[in-house]
Design a protein around this ligand. Structure first.
Ligand code: F0G
Length: 459
């Protein structure tokens, strides 16, 4: 008998969770203007809002925190991190940043200008936000299969080479500062990009003289999928796959809050010395001196350790199998989600769950509120609210996919928690026809509105 996967760690410290009543939750979500970001965390039982910065650090990481060197310049913790970035990722140059979007800010300050086009695979919202803030355009070149939730494709994060080449052909090279490959692709459902696709995109970019960067937040999870789904990598170790992935790109932005399993941190890595000099200036301006970049020395040390742990095969197996387990349970209840399960999350198809709610009433947000009311589970809308309004027309942008993301923090919840979440959604699925009203916006910000939007029940 094949032995089941089991977590390669045991629990040393626990954090109590409080269960609430439905009546309490009704009051709290109304006070929060039906925006789950506005809830207090102690009003939440199981928090699947994000897998970002919410992981449990290992005792090795906590030891590194104690060993952190808080020198302003030349901290030994910086050199620990430098060694891992050089050896594991093969990237020669880097600056630390306080998180992923800070790395984007530094990189795009150096590279992106008004009127530019930045192609990639479904850019994450902060990436798109930073591009649009500079009056440039993020062009989504993801393969069409990514928008069909029930269709199986092993690498739904892949970039369509024809779409990418079309961008390259229809704009002068000077207008395309870089191409971004997000591994795994969060927006299309935590879906991986194949090594073949990374290689092909890199070759095409080289042909047109366009630099290619990773948004590397979940690079280790992507490497796991390559090992499991791309035959020629079956016998490679995760670090070998990682090293090859990075060999095809000119640089990377990294949110360490994901696959480096820390609560805060990021970095920006590159190969080109001239670009490094440019980003150094912006790093000092926005983040801090080059050897700390907005982080404490102890954070740098924890990142260095976390990057190594994040590439452990058995850790990755238990993590990704946990997401798959949630997917399996939801399927048994008849609930549709982006298939196959993603690395860090399950993305429930809200259009299929609540087809009778008009898209103008935010189907995925309606489901998010319902899930909170049902069992105190917090998830996040990846749909019309997140897509913002078109900056030119001011109209709502209705994305092809209207999803509810259940993001699983690293090393935090047990499979009993997962079963609880699935049961909540199962109950909602059974009574879905009784949910007849969505929401309307009463207040919103012009960009990244989902964080602060206020909503009331549609009449
Ligand atoms: N890129 C990707 C693919 C991300 O998922 C995120 C963050 C970022 C960049 C920005 O990194 O948060 O460190 O500034 N994603 C979080 C999420 C917020 O919930 O998916 P950050």
């Amino acid at each position: 008998m094949k032995l089941p996967y089991a977590e390669p760690y045991k629990i040393k410290v626990v954090e109590p969770l409080r269960r609430s009543t439905r009546r309490e939750r009704e009051q709290w979500i109304t006070e929060a203007n039906h925006n789950l970001f506005k809830l207090r965390s102690d009003q939440v039982f199981i928090d699947l809002l994000t897998d970002s910065g919410t992981g449990a650090m290992s005792h090795h990481q906590w030891s590194e925190m104690m060993l952190g060197d808080e020198s302003y310049a030349g901290s030994t913790s910086y050199f620990k991190l430098k060694e891992v970035i050089n050896d594991l990722l093969g990237m020669p140059l880097f600056v630390p940043t306080h998180q992923g979007r800070a790395a984007e800010n530094v990189l795009f300050s150096a590279m992106v200008r008004e009127g530019d086009m930045v192609p990639g695979n479904a850019h994450f919202d902060t990436t798109k936000g930073h591009i649009e803030f500079r009056r440039a355009t993020a062009v989504d070149c993801t393969i069409n299969e990514a928008s069909k939730t029930t269709l199986y494709h092993p690498f739904k994060g892949n970039i369509d080479l024809n779409k990418l080449e079309k961008v390259f052909r229809s704009h002068p090279k000077e207008k395309i500062p870089l191409c971004i490959i997000t591994v795994t692709c969060n927006t299309s459902g935590g879906q991986p990009v194949s090594m073949q696709n990374i290689r092909d995109v890199s070759a095409l970019c080289k042909q047109y003289g366009i630099p290619v960067f990773f948004d590397a937040a979940r690079f280790a999870e992507n490497a796991y999928f390559i090992k499991m789904r791309e035959k020629e990598y079956a016998d490679h170790t995760i670090p070998e796959v990682v090293r090859e992935m990075f060999s095809y790109v000119d640089g990377a932005t990294m949110s360490c809050k994901k696959d480096a399993i820390v609560n805060i941190g990021g970095f920006l890595a590159c190969r080109d010395k001239a670009l490094f000099d440019k980003i150094s200036m912006y790093c000092i301006l926005y983040e801090g001196y080059l050897t700390y970049g907005g982080l404490a020395g102890r954070d740098l040390a924890a990142v260095a350790q976390g990057l190594k742990e994040g590439c452990d095969f058995f850790y990755l197996e238990s993590r990704i199998e946990q997401a798959a387990y949630l997917g399996k349970l939801l399927k048994e209840y008849g609930i549709a989600y982006q298939e196959p399960p993603g690395g860090h999350a399950i993305f429930v198809d809200a259009k299929k769950m609540l087809p009778h709610i008009p898209k103008e009433e935010f189907q995925a947000q309606t489901l998010a509120v319902e899930l909170y009311l049902e069992g105190g589970v917090r998830a996040v809308e990846i749909g019309t609210l997140l897509a913002d309004r078109d900056p030119c027309t001011g109209e709502n942008r209705y994305p092809q996919l209207e999803l509810l993301r259940l993001a699983i923090p690293r090393r935090v919840y047990t499979n009993n928690h997962i079963e609880y979440v699935a049961a909540c959604l199962g109950n909602i699925y059974q009574r879905r026809e009784k949910i007849t009203k969505g929401f309307r916006i009463t207040k919103e910000a012009p960009i990244m509105r989902h964080f602060t939007v206020e909503l009331e029940r549609a009449q």
